[in-house]
Design a protein around this ligand. Structure first.
Ligand code: PLP
Length: 373
């Protein structure tokens, strides 16, 4: 199978699997237990926290282990809602876990930051809105999961912080693909292991002191998140991150961008009706989101034929109860609603080679022929 769905889940890498198995053997006890085995497990978590903080550029004490980004997002907006009666300003292209958490805890006090047709957050709008006052927090993701467009999170964060407004960054698609350094300067950060080759169901959040917990029932994580920590999960996540961070921080990402772009050039030449989503903006090296040729009345049919041809790709956005919904990301970018149903996302991993992008091109021809044949 040609796997082009890494933005959904990047399969567990061997180093993470080894770390998980080894942790189960070496740290069998509860990290809160008062005996030596407990202390050893707690020490392993502390070391992992130091490594993660080193990558992000923050203090280890700011990091809390969670069961993933959706949990973290819910916890963050819960905390923020206890701090201010103001407005939560979130970008119009945030992941549903940020959108739904903000709505859950701020109710009608949520406003969306518009984006350009290239999918970039409008910083002028943000500055103007911040100057009007009454803002409780700002949330701008680091990289969009559907389009791969890299957001100006550093600039948005500085704008918010210079007005003492807390800044939230969903760094789920950034971490493990782009250099983590500096992400820890954001007041609140969420990250998730299964997007960079760690296990599903484990992640982290960066939160300030005095965090008001959402989950109660124990003193773990300095009272910021109750529940026994997932020691093997955390250590496997860190093994994956340690394998990925040197690649993400290397200057050689341009080569991977070139492989992706050669594929996109081929696609545009072969199918002039295609449109590349997010052109004009810098995008993650691994993501190619495309409005496919109108061979099918629904993009699910493309996915099915690609699957038959041996390609795992994705529509990139959630589908509820089997009914396809127009992507809020594409709508925010001004894409007409009837065209949103043409979007397919191809997202590569670190092991994807140029030949895989070339094979993908052949498989698209195969799938396309079946659709019109
Ligand atoms: N944020 C972004 C940008 C994502 O892409 C995802 C997963 O698709 C999430 C948050 C949710 O992550 P998790 O699966 O850890 O809850």
């Amino acid at each position: 199978m040609l796997y082009f769905d890494h933005n959904a889940t990047s399969p567990l890498i061997p180093a993470a699997r080894e770390a998980w198995l080894s942790a189960v053997e070496r740290f069998p006890a509860n990290p809160s237990s008062p005996h030596r085995w407990g202390a050893r497990a707690a020490h392993a978590l502390d070391q992992a926290r130091v490594t993660a903080a080193g990558f992000l550029g923050c203090s280890p004490g700011d990091l809390v282990w969670t069961a993933g980004a959706t949990e973290s997002a819910n916890a963050l907006f819960h905390h923020l809602s206890t701090r201010s009666d103001g407005i939560a300003l979130i970008s119009g292209i945030e992941h549903p876990c940020i959108r739904a958490s903000a709505r859950r805890w701020f109710g009608p006090r949520v406003e969306e930051i518009p984006v350009s047709t290239a999918g970039l957050v409008d910083l002028d709008w943000l500055e103007f809105r911040l100057n009007s006052g009454g803002v409780a927090c700002v949330a701008v993701m680091a990289a969009n999961n559907e389009t791969g467009v890299l957001q100006p999170w550093q600039a948005a964060g500085s704008m918010a912080r210079s007005r003492s407004v807390p800044f939230v960054c969903d760094a789920v698609q950034w971490l493990g693909k782009m250099p983590a350094k500096g992400v820890g300067e954001c007041d609140f950060v969420v990250g998730s292991a299964h997007k960079f080759g760690g296990p599903v169901g484990v992640g982290l959040m960066k939160v300030p002191k005095g965090f008001v917990p959402l989950i109660h029932g124990g003193p773990q994580e300095e009272g910021r998140r109750a529940g026994t920590e997932n020691v093997p999960g955390v250590l496997a996540m860190m093994a994956a991150w340690e394998a990925r961070e040197p690649l993400a921080s290397a200057p050689a990402l341009g080569e991977r961008v070139a492989w992706r772009d050669r594929f996109l050039d081929w696609l545009l030449t072969s199918y002039p009706e295609c449109r590349i989503v997010g052109t004009g903006a810098e995008r993650l090296w691994n993501t190619a989101s495309v409005l496919m040729p109108p061979h099918a009345d629904c993009r699910r049919r493309w996915i099915v034929q690609l699957d038959r041809a041996g390609v795992a790709a994705s529509t990139g956005s959630a589908c509820s109860s089997g009914k396809e919904q127009a992507s809020h990301v594409l709508l925010a970018m001004g894409c007409p609603e009837n065209e949103t149903d043409r979007m397919i996302r191809f997202s590569a991993g670190w092991d994807t080679r140029e030949t895989d992008w070339e094979s993908l091109a052949q498989k698209i021809v195969e799938a396309g022929n079946r659709l019109v044949g």
